[in-house]
Design a protein around this ligand. Structure first.
Ligand SMILES: [Zn+2]
Length: 105
């Protein structure tokens, strides 16, 4: 029986079940650019972070909102490559035994 340990007869070892992507059986996926280093990353591999950004400072915005004014808040989406996401602390490296599973959100 073939094992996943690698070697002459068995298939090569796979670090992650998904190969670090969400591609599945589909073919080519478009690339996005990393917001930090500019690297081209497949869109299903890149880490997507959405952040609410306001032009007004939070202290002033809170006071204005209490007075009943509307402060527009924009959502800024940024994509990170895996290296940058780990380096900037946005995600953590998982333990060896955890890597084979799909993380729950
Ligand atoms: Zn990057």
């Amino acid at each position: 029986m073939a094992t996943n340990q690698g070697g002459i007869t068995g298939p090569l070892a796979k670090k992650r079940k998904s190969s670090g992507r969400a591609k599945g059986g589909s073919g080519h996926k478009g690339a996005v650019q990393c917001s930090r280093c500019g690297r081209l990353v497949p869109s299903d591999k890149a880490k997507k972070f959405t952040k609410a950004v306001s032009a007004v400072e939070p202290q002033i915005a809170r006071e204005l909102r209490q007075q009943g004014s509307y402060i527009p808040v924009h959502r800024v989406t940024s994509y990170y490559c895996i290296s940058c996401a780990v380096h900037s602390g946005k995600m953590n490296i998982r333990e060896h035994s955890e890597r084979k599973t799909v993380p729950s959100r």
